[in-house]
Structures are given as C-alpha cells and as structure tokens.
Design a protein around this ligand. Sequence first.
Ligand SMILES: *[C@@H]1O[C@H](CO)[C@@H](O)[C@H](O)[C@H]1NC(C)=O
Ligand SMILES: *[C@@H]1O[C@H](CO)[C@@H](O)[C@H](O)[C@H]1NC(C)=O
Ligand SMILES: *[C@@H]1O[C@H](CO)[C@@H](O)[C@H](O)[C@H]1NC(C)=O
Ligand SMILES: *[C@@H]1O[C@H](CO)[C@@H](O)[C@H](O)[C@H]1NC(C)=O
Ligand SMILES: *[C@@H]1O[C@H](CO)[C@@H](O)[C@H](O)[C@H]1NC(C)=O
Ligand SMILES: *[C@@H]1O[C@H](CO)[C@@H](O)[C@H](O)[C@H]1NC(C)=O
Ligand SMILES: *[C@@H]1O[C@H](CO)[C@@H](O)[C@H](O)[C@H]1NC(C)=O
Ligand SMILES: *[C@@H]1O[C@H](CO)[C@@H](O)[C@H](O)[C@H]1NC(C)=O
Ligand SMILES: *[C@@H]1O[C@H](CO)[C@@H](O)[C@H](O)[C@H]1NC(C)=O
Ligand SMILES: *[C@@H]1O[C@H](CO)[C@@H](O)[C@H](O)[C@H]1NC(C)=O
Ligand SMILES: *[C@@H]1O[C@H](CO)[C@@H](O)[C@H](O)[C@H]1NC(C)=O
Length: 841
Amino acid sequence: MMPLSRLAGILIPAMAFLSYLRPETWKPCTEVVPNISYQCMEVKLYKIPDNIPSSTKNLDLSFNPLRHLGSHSFSNFPELRVLDLSRCEIQIIEDDAYQGLNHLSTLILTGNPIQHLAPGSFSGLSSLQKLVAVEINLPSLENFPIGHLKTLKELNVAHNSINSSKFPEYFSNLSNLEYLDLSNNQIQNIYRKDLQVLHKIPLLNLSLDLSLNLIKFIQPDAFKELRLHKLTLRSNFDSINIMKTCIEGLAGLKVHKLVLGEFKNERNLDTFNKYALEGLCNLTVEEFQIAYFDEFSLDDIGTFNCLANLSAISLVSLYVVNLEKLPKDFRWQSLELINCKFEQFPSLSFYSLKTFVFTANHYSNTFVEFELPSLEFLDLSRNGLSYRSCCSQADFGTTRLKYLDLSFNDIIIMSSNFLGLEQLEYLDFHHSNLKQASDFSVFLSLTKLLYLDISYTNTRVTFHGIFHGLESLKILKMAGNYFQDNFLPDIFTELTNLTFLDLSTCHLEQVSQRAFDSLPRIQVINMSYNKLLSLDILPYQHLHSLQVLDCSFNRIKASNIQEPQRLPSNQTLLNLTQNDFACVCEHQSFLQWVKTRKRLFVEVEQMVCATPSDMQGLSVLSFRNSTCQMSKTVISVSAVFVFIVFLILVLVYKFYFHLMLLAGCKRYGGGECTYDAFVIYSSQDEDWVRNELVKNLEEGVPPFHLCLHYRDFIPGVAISANIIQEGFHKSRKVIVVVSQHFIQSRWCIFEYEIAQTWQFLSSCSGIIFIILQKVEKSLLRQQVELYRLLNRNTYLEWENNVLGQHIFWRRLRKALLAGKPWSPEAAADTENKEPEATASI
Ligand SMILES: *[C@@H]1O[C@H](CO)[C@@H](O)[C@H](O)[C@H]1NC(C)=O
Ligand SMILES: *[C@@H]1O[C@H](CO)[C@@H](O)[C@H](O)[C@H]1NC(C)=O
Ligand SMILES: *[C@@H]1O[C@H](CO)[C@@H](O)[C@H](O)[C@H]1NC(C)=O
Ligand SMILES: *[C@@H]1O[C@H](CO)[C@@H](O)[C@H](O)[C@H]1NC(C)=O
Ligand SMILES: *[C@@H]1O[C@H](CO)[C@@H](O)[C@H](O)[C@H]1NC(C)=O
Ligand SMILES: *[C@@H]1O[C@H](CO)[C@@H](O)[C@H](O)[C@H]1NC(C)=O
Ligand SMILES: *[C@@H]1O[C@H](CO)[C@@H](O)[C@H](O)[C@H]1NC(C)=O
Ligand SMILES: *[C@@H]1O[C@H](CO)[C@@H](O)[C@H](O)[C@H]1NC(C)=O
Ligand SMILES: *[C@@H]1O[C@H](CO)[C@@H](O)[C@H](O)[C@H]1NC(C)=O
Ligand SMILES: *[C@@H]1O[C@H](CO)[C@@H](O)[C@H](O)[C@H]1NC(C)=O
Ligand SMILES: *[C@@H]1O[C@H](CO)[C@@H](O)[C@H](O)[C@H]1NC(C)=O
C-alpha cells in the first residue's frame, strides 16, 4: 500500500497546478464586502480580472502591471462607483476604455506614465464627479479630453508638467467644478487671458490650489472681478519681492478664503516681510490663513490694516509676537492660532471675536485672563497649559460662552463653579489633570450643559453631588477615572436627560443598585475595561431606551440577565466580549440563553470561556448542555454510592463485635454448647464469683460448667475474641453479676451489650441477672437499657442471710437447668470432664 505522505506529495502539487489553470478558482482579490467591494491591490494582474461579481461597486486594482487599457475594459462591471487604477504602469488608454461605466463617480489614475491618451478615453463616464489624475505625465490641460464631463466636481491634476495657466475652453462646460488642484506643476506666469473662460461659468464656486508652482508673474487685473471660493498659494515664491508684486496682481479678486504661506519642508523665502501683504487691501477676502513663515511679527499694525475687516483669521505654525497690540476694534469674528510659538500666553482683547481656537501651541504654559465679550466658542486644547483657578466669567471676559475645550492641558484647578458661564453647552477637559473636581458641586450652575467630558482627568470621585445641576446633560464621558472603593455610587440622580454614559476604564468592581435608576433616556452605557465580576449587579429595570450596553473587557463569569424582567429591552445590544466566562453546568441556563439569543450580542464568537481549563479559549457557543445531564446522573449516583459505603463502614465499626458474634453464630449455630453459662462480672467481684458462684454451681448436683475468663479464656487471643468465641458461642446462658463496679466498668458494659445481641441472635438464649449488691438508682439509670431490663425481668438478688442464700441458689440452678440437655451420657460426660476442667485451672 502506498504511504499516505507519498500520496499527498503527488496530489497536492497536482491540485495546485489544476487550480492555477482554472481562473475562476484562483481568487487573488480580497472580498471586502461580498458582491460590493473587492480589493486586488498588488497581486500581479496583467488584465482586468473576470471572476469578480458584476454587481461590484468598489474595485481597487492598484499596483498591478495592467499597462494597457483597451476599449470597453470594464464592461463586466456596469455597477462600478469607485475604480482605483493607481500605479498600474498604464501607458496607453484607448477610446471608450471606460465605456459603460455610467454610474462611476470616482476614477483614480494616480502615478501612471501615460503616453497616449485617446480623445475618447473618458467617454461614457456620465456620472463622474471626481477624477484624480496626479502624476500622469500630463503636459497641459489643453488636450486633456474631459470637456464633456459635466458632472465633474473635483479635478486633481497635481504633480504633472503643466507649464501654462491657460484654462481651456472646455472649462465652460464644467459648471459643477468646485475643486481644482494644480499644485506641484510648472506654472510660472498667469495672464488675464488665461483665466478668461472662468468668467463664463455661471455660479462659479471654485477652490483653486496653485501651491508649489514657482510663480514669477501675475498680470495685474488677471483675477479682477473673478469670484472664487478658495485660493491657495503656498510655497509659490522664491523672493519676498516677487511675492509682494504677485499679491498686488490679485487685486480685484473676490475670494471667500485665501491661504498663503509655505510648507514645513518646502521653504523658499528666507525671511518674511510684512509689507508683502500690503496688496491684500485691494482684495475682497473673508477668511485668511497664513502658514509656516518663520517670524511673523505684528508689532506694526500697518501689516494687518488690510486684514482688519476680515471675518476669520488663521495663523498656523508661525512664530507670533505682539498679538496683544492689535486694536480692540478689529472686526474679526474668528481667530485660529494653531501650532504657533509665543513668548507668553496672549492676553487678547477684541470686541467682536466669537470664536477663538488656540491649540497645540508652544511657550504658553500658564493661562492668563483675556477680555473677549462676544466669545461663544473657545478651544484651548493641547497647549500644556496650567490653570490656577478654573473657571468663571472673569477668566474670559464673556458671559456668552457656549463651547469650552480645555482638553490635553496640564493641571487645572477647579476652584470656581462657572459663575457667569451659565450659557455653556459643551465642556471638555479630557486628558487634562483636574484638581478639586470632586470637592464640591463644580457644575452646579451649568443647567444648559449638553456635553461634558472629564475622561482621563485623574479625578477620584468621592463626593456624590459632583454632577448636581446638570439637568440638561445628554452626553457624559468620564472614562479613565477612579471611584472610592472602586464602587459606583448613586451620583447620576439629576441627569434625567442623559443618553450616553462612558464609564470605561474606571477600575469599577461594584455598582450601586440605584446608580442608573434616574436615567430613563439613556441609550448607551459603556462599562468596558472595568473589573466587574457579574452583570447582575447592574439594575436594568428602568433603562427603557438602552440600545448598547458595553461590558467587554471585564471579568464576568456568568449572569442571570437572561431572566426576562432583568433584560433592559429586547432591542439592546450587549457587548460581552473579552470576559472570563465560566463554561460550567452551573451556568448552563445563561450559556443556553446566549446560544438562543445570539443576535443580542456583539461578536458572539469572541465571547470565550476562561474556565474550565479544557474549554479555555473556546467560544461559549461550543458549550454542550448534554454533558451536564450526564454528569448530573453520574454525580448523584456516585454520591449515593459513597454515602452507602460510608454508612456501612460506620455500622461495621460500631457493630464490629456484634458482627463477629453473628458470624460465629452461623459457624457454631448447630454446635454443642460447652458451657452452661458464661459469667460476666467485674473483676472487683471476682472473690464472690470464685468463692460463692463457682463453688456452689460447679461442685453441686447436677454440676454446671461455667465459663470464666480467668480460667477458660485461651491465652494469646484478643480479649474481645475470647469473649465472643469462648464466652458467648460456647455457652448456653449468660450470667450477669450486677454490682456497683459492674456499672462503672466499660468492659463489663461492653460484654453486657454483646450479651444482648447474643441473646437476640442465639436461639439457646437467656440472660440471668444477679444483683450482687444494691446499686444506686441514679447510677443504674445511666445504663438505660440495663435499667429497663432489670425493671422488666425478674432477677436474682444476693442476700446476706442463709435462708435468702438458699433460695437464691435454688432459683439460680433452676434457671440454669432450663433448656439443659439432660441425658445420662451428657451428665456422665460432664461429670467425667469436671475434674479435668478444674484441674486445668
Ligand atoms: C452575490 O451575488 C450572487 C449572484 O448574483 C448571489 O447568488 C449571492 O447570493 C450574492 N451574495 C451576497 C452575499 O449577496
Ligand atoms: C511649455 O512646455 C512646452 C513643451 O512641453 C514648450 O513648448 C512651451 O514653450 C512651454 N511654455 C512655457 C510658457 O514655458
Ligand atoms: C461642451 O459640451 C457640449 C455638449 O456636451 C459639447 O458638444 C462640446 O464639445 C463641449 N465643449 C468642449 C469644449 O468640449
Ligand atoms: C462652495 O464650495 C464649497 C466647497 O468647496 C462649499 O462648502 C460651499 O458651500 C459652496 N458654496 C456655494 C455657494 O455653493
Ligand atoms: C489698489 O489698487 C489701486 C489700483 O487699482 C492701486 O492704485 C493701489 O496702489 C492698490 N493698493 C495697494 C495697497 O496695492
Ligand atoms: C473696513 O471697514 C470699514 C467700515 O466699513 C472701512 O471704513 C475701512 O476702510 C475698511 N478697511 C479696509 C482695510 O477695508
Ligand atoms: C430633556 O430633553 C427633552 C427632549 O429632548 C427636552 O424637551 C427637555 O427640555 C430636556 N430637559 C431639560 C431639563 O433640559
Ligand atoms: C467603550 O469604550 C471603549 C474604550 O474606551 C471603546 O473602545 C468602545 O468603543 C466603547 N464602546 C462604545 C459602545 O462606545
Ligand atoms: C420586543 O419588545 C416589544 C415590546 O417591548 C415587542 O413588541 C416585540 O415583539 C419584541 N420583539 C421581540 C423580537 O421579542
Ligand atoms: C462593543 O460593541 C459595540 C457595538 O458594536 C461597539 O461600538 C464597541 O466598540 C464594542 N466595544 C469594544 C471595546 O470594542
Ligand atoms: C439543552 O439544549 C436544548 C436546546 O439546544 C434544550 O432544548 C434543552 O432543554 C437543554 N437542556 C437543558 C438541561 O438545559
């Protein structure tokens, strides 16, 4: 027989070869969304794949050596919306290459060394909105065959070798064009006639980016009466004088937003001269942004005179000095200072400013008060600021503030409870280091606040009134903080409008039963990354609107949440991934419930067992409840078995001697009795036994043969064995000599108890009691059984007078005679044996 490994060695390469031959089984593309989205990036395709569903809408074919696009290349994909052909080494695009793609809205051709672009290349693309033709060797816009793409909104022809600013005639057809990126080309001169066609486009709302073209000349009036949405000129000038004349050349332009400056890595100007901006006075600009000039001093107000009437100013990555010196009556409504350098925190004072964004700046470590009476929006995030007394109206000089972002700063001391800032709707402190936030009701006056973020602020919640006053609050984020004793107390009582609550990473172990009672509108509760051991601690009854409960990354073993009244709503999505589920029979009803209500859970396959060890890492869905039924039976059967064995052992232990007796009875059952009576007595009474009992009974007529331990027990055998084998088994009767000593001796009582069993088992039975001396009643009562027997049976009492003794012996003999086999042989036998027995003592 052929060994398996050899068979596999032949079959596997053969199958691989076959599958290579059949293209439909060879699928190099990744299915991102079935039938909709396919990703075939860098899989060495030489032609358009034909094994992808025709319903595909997104197709990424980038980084494949396609090289040549013939006509109707994509006729198999009439539904395409997005087609990415980046870096496909395409050199030739034939007529009608994209014919049939009537729904295509985005076409990406970046990085193809196109040499031949047929005039009808883009025909048929009747819905195209975005064309990315970056780095495609385009020498000019003139012969770019896109004149019919009337739906085009965005055209990116950056990084080509266009050397003319001439907008060809066909632009008059592109009436929807909103964005044209001509950056990184070789445009040097801009003439009025080049831009003529733009005047013909009705409702032109174009954003034009000309960055990174080394511009030498702009004809004055070139932009006159042109209306643009945005014009970007960054890193365009290699001298400050050229910059100045070019800005003057923009005179007459009406532009919503003008962006000037350089790029971090593309610096052409050595120094920046404020006079370069003088030409801005002849432009109509609403928003102005300037970025990456080395030193941007505002010491001379003249520089900014032309900017006084702007509505929005944005300064990015500049070294700014003397911002405070600007006059208070500038009309700016919005000021943005991003990633700038300052000598100190700028103490501003503008009457009109409504929005102030001061973020990611340097050298401004301590907050200084400012005076902005119209301010509504304030973003002071990411400055490493320390703030000695936050926050009140005096700090910002406004009572209109609605938005305040102080996130990612340094220490912020909460010492004032937002006095005069009652209009606040949005307040963000996350990743700053809050002090004293939990000492009093800091937010008490913020009755209009809708959003509060104090995540990761090092806050330790000890005061239960911390959120008092926030009656409008909808979103509360407080992840990454601490609670006293890791216990979530009842602190949300006034937040009746809350819809979103983030309590993740708060080290929570326990939750107050009433914590969520007052949150009827809550939709999302995030308790992930805590240390909860059970879901049952969460009170859900009142959470009628809950949509998502995220308890992932906790230590939950199981839950009773499956009880219908405990589940907040049948629409709630539960995220219980990454917990420590115990997949044991004890929790089988929970596990079974998870299986039947799979749709309630997020990524139910990610809910894995932590215990027992053989289930570790397996999904809770793989738990089989049948094993429980079996093990239940096994457990109960073995429990009963163990109990019985135990019982038997106890009984054996307790009645060991009785059993020995029983075994003996079987053995000797039919045998002859050697002795007439076995005498049980206390050794203290031995004198009486020797002198009275033995003498009278063994030497009388007829003689009785007594079993006496001092005489008849076999030496070398355990006393108990002797008692049973010699005493009881070989005797017809038992004589019990009751006395004070007898009652007090454990051995005697033991012998007496055995005697009772013996009497019970043996047919030739009879216990004869002799009361040797009066025993105290109280002592006798301790031996309940004996006491009862003595009460019920007649017994012999030893008397000290002669008459009494005479009667005693007669009665005793009579009792012993009862049942004695009376045959002459036996009598003779006994008589013969008698001396031997006596002699053997
Ligand atoms: C994908 O399309 C094929 C054929 O049109 C169809 O049979 C299949 O069910 C679709 N698959 C999905 C996930 O929609
Ligand atoms: C633009 O480049 C073409 C060649 O590609 C050249 O003939 C033409 O003179 C250039 N125009 C300018 C203004 O540099
Ligand atoms: C503008 O569109 C019309 C109609 O689609 C077309 O006939 C004309 O050639 C286009 N103009 C240019 C310059 O392509
Ligand atoms: C102009 O275009 C910009 C986007 O480029 C858009 O935000 C703005 O609303 C548009 N304006 C008009 C009037 O269409
Ligand atoms: C504004 O334009 C006029 C002519 O159009 C010109 O005389 C004046 O110098 C320009 N002002 C600035 C600051 O460039
Ligand atoms: C700003 O507007 C005011 C009032 O409309 C006007 O007097 C002033 O000349 C304007 N300044 C500039 C630089 O346009
Ligand atoms: C709570 O929200 C409701 C509906 O959004 C709104 O009508 C009500 O005024 C809010 N209550 C408070 C105290 O803001
Ligand atoms: C809960 O918080 C964690 C950690 O911050 C986050 O990853 C997760 O997306 C959040 N869940 C929800 C439902 O917002
Ligand atoms: C969910 O609960 C609503 C009422 O609260 C009920 O009408 C609906 O049928 C339930 N849906 C399921 C799938 O149980
Ligand atoms: C839990 O599931 C929700 C809902 O899908 C999701 O938003 C959240 O990010 C998940 N949590 C984590 C920690 O991934
Ligand atoms: C085990 O699961 C089945 C359904 O999969 C269910 O019908 C049965 O009642 C379960 N048994 C126990 C003991 O829960």
